[in-house]
Design a protein. Structure first.
Ligand code: 5MM
Length: 341
């Protein structure tokens, strides 16, 4: 008998565990590997992801699920063990990114629409067979003095809702990710503008989810935090937490079991500090945790550097960030824990 969507959704966010976003498309992982001077090949991508997924204690204690790219869902470790089995053996859930990317939107200069709905029902059935129990789709909302437009906002929210309904029909929990960009261009907006755009985005997304008859109990929201643009950063940790909670409380129904933030280009430690502040001092109706890509992986990637002799160092770095973010998901991270490590 298949597990209920509601139960899987709760497992994804409960107990101070969170999600590892390891779903970089081939282009994006190539850019990440460029930073360590490593060529991206099927083998180097396998070796890197094997290092992460085989950090067994950290996966078991801190990582409830891993979001995979299609190649990784079907990939095997060097000894032939499927990655899906390695993830499951650590009591973690395999998930899959199902969008095929944010593409320039016709007639809307500077904005994108995320593609991938055609044939999605058939693909989801195959992903379920392969072991995926949740999925992810990212809609991208640009922020500038004149963007986003209503046309792009509505199209992206509609696509997110269509995707979510298809996932639930396939017994897969949808992670709904509308990302209002912190690191887009020009990236000089202040926190007020981010709050305004994020509130508008989440309101639109939840209206579309209702119209698409998506069960709120069987989904997870993956939003950005409310924060100023990357070229205008000045809000304190407390202010980011306060503004983020304010916007989420205005827009996210309490029937949603969990919110798992993206890191969006924040430094690893900032993303942890903000999550911890959000989880301490506020009475929240949802479990609030992490679904970080860069903020969980950056230090591990650097420590590894593409060298087999550095696998243990990479795993230590990954385990450390996973533990810090797990503490943050419980509101009990402290800066001195970073220094101690
Ligand atoms: C890990 O990066 C994900 C995939 O990006 P591409 O499709 O562009 O390759 C991305 O969707 C990620 O899951 C989220 O943006 C969260 O990652 P960050 O790094 O913002 O925490």
């Amino acid at each position: 008998m298949s597990e209920r969507l509601e139960d899987i959704a709760v497992r994804m966010v409960a107990g101070g565990r969170g999600l590892l976003a390891a779903d970089e498309s081939t282009g994006t992982i190539g850019k990440r590997f460029d930073t360590i001077g490593l060529q991206s090949t099927e083998t180097s991508r396998r070796d890197y992801r094997e290092m992460l997924f085989r950090t067994e204690d950290a996966m078991r204690q801190y990582i409830s699920g891993a979001i995979l790219y299609e190649e990784t869902l079907h990939q095997k470790a060097a000894d032939g063990t499927p990655f899906v089995d390695i993830i499951r053996a650590a009591d973690s859930i395999p998930g899959i990114k199902v969008d095929i990317g944010a593409k320039p939107m016709a007639a809307y200069p500077g904005e994108t629409i995320t593609e991938g709905l055609d044939g999605l029902a058939e693909r989801l059935a195959k992903y379920y067979e392969a072991g995926a129990r949740f999925a992810k789709w990212r809609g991208v909302i640009a922020i500038s003095p004149t963007l986003p437009t209503w046309g792009s906002m509505k199209a992206n929210a509609h696509a997110l809702a269509r995707y979510a309904a298809l996932c639930q029909q396939a017994n897969i929990v949808p992670i709904v990710e509308p990302e209002c960009l912190m690191d887009g261009k020009p990236g000089d907006h202040n926190i007020d503008r981010c709050a305004e755009v994020t509130e508008w985005t989440l309101r639109t997304v939840f209206e579309e989810l209702a119209d698409a008859r998506v069960s709120l109990e069987g989904m997870i929201l993956k939003p950005n935090m409310v924060i100023d643009g990357k070229n205008a950063r000045k809000a304190s940790v407390a202010e980011v937490a306060e503004r983020t909670v304010e916007v989420l409380k205005r827009t996210v129904p309490s029937a949603v079991p969990g919110i798992a933030f993206l890191s969006g280009g924040q430094s690893s430690e900032e993303a942890t500090a903000h999550l911890s502040a959000i989880n301490s001092g506020y009475d929240l109706p949802w479990a609030v945790t992490f679904s970080y890509g860069r903020a969980l992986q950056d230090t591990a990637l650097k420590a590894w550097g593409g060298k087999p002799e550095n696998v243990a160092a990479g795993q230590r770095a990954f385990a450390h960030r996973a533990e810090m973010n797990s503490l943050a998901a419980k509101g009990s991270w402290k800066k001195d824990l970073e220094q101690a490590a």
